[in-house]
Write a new protein. Structure first.
Lengths: 115, 112
């Protein structure tokens, strides 16, 4: 597609439920990133996929968070047993091969509200 | 620990004025310093970027000033317009890690 697509755009869930967030990167972009943006906060790195390499999971805040990516396409971020502090906008970005952090293109994010 | 420290958190500027946002860092391995602009309900978008071998970069009304010895860089928006009202993030890259570290953001309001 023309841009990074994220779905759903908004998600309200009850505390304790599991949620899945989806990211469709720009076609041909080998790198994919997930960030979390809490209200009034900066962009908190969660996880980074680069081609077929092992993902950099160093930013995942707890074992309730996991992410998968199939090849160089769609990625899903899963949050299990959601807590109120998980409420945030979850942003996905992708970048071209070899860019190593140049040229991030962000999606519009998924706003997650845990009630 | 915040790798990139950004200030101020919020900024109000009159139309036509100069908006200045500052960032500081400690990690000398950073080799690329972009600024992102984010409008409500949208993802951040790359605005302008600089490498540390350059002290200044200008694109239209937007200028990055870079002070390598002080480990600081700043964004200047000349002739600020109401349409510039957005949240601005500075960022920095460690090339071996292939990802960006972001500041906490500055919410800019330009009023007519």
């Amino acid at each position: 597609g023309a841009g990074v697509s994220q779905s759903p755009s908004n998600k309200v869930t009850e505390k304790g439920k599991d949620v899945e967030l989806r990211c469709d990167p720009i076609s041909g972009h080998t790198a994919l990133y997930w960030y979390r943006q809490r209200l009034g906060q900066g962009l908190e790195f969660l996880i980074y996929f680069q081609g077929n390499s092992a993902p950099d999971k160093s930013g995942l805040p707890s074992d309730r968070f996991s992410a998968e990516r199939t090849g160089e396409s769609v990625s899903t971020l899963t949050i299990q047993r959601t807590q109120q502090e998980d409420s945030a906008v979850y942003l996905c970005a992708s970048s071209p091969p070899g860019s190593l952090g140049y040229g991030y293109t962000f999606g519009s994010g998924t706003r997650l509200t845990v009630v | 620990q915040q790798q990139v420290k950004q200030s101020p958190q919020s900024l109000i500027v009159q139309k036509g004025g100069i908006s200045i946002i500052n960032c500081a860092y400690e990690n000398t391995a950073f080799d690329y310093f972009p600024w992102y602009q984010q409008f409500p309900g949208k993802g951040p978008a790359l605005l302008i970027a600089i490498r540390p071998d350059v002290s200044e970069k200008k694109e239209g009304r937007f200028t990055i000033s870079f002070n390598k010895s002080a480990k600081q860089f700043s964004l200047h928006i000349m002739d600020s317009q109401p349409g510039d009202s957005a949240t601005y993030f500075c960022a920095a890259r460690v090339p071996t890690l292939g990802r960006l570290y972001f500041g906490r953001g500055t919410q800019l309001t330009v009023w007519p």
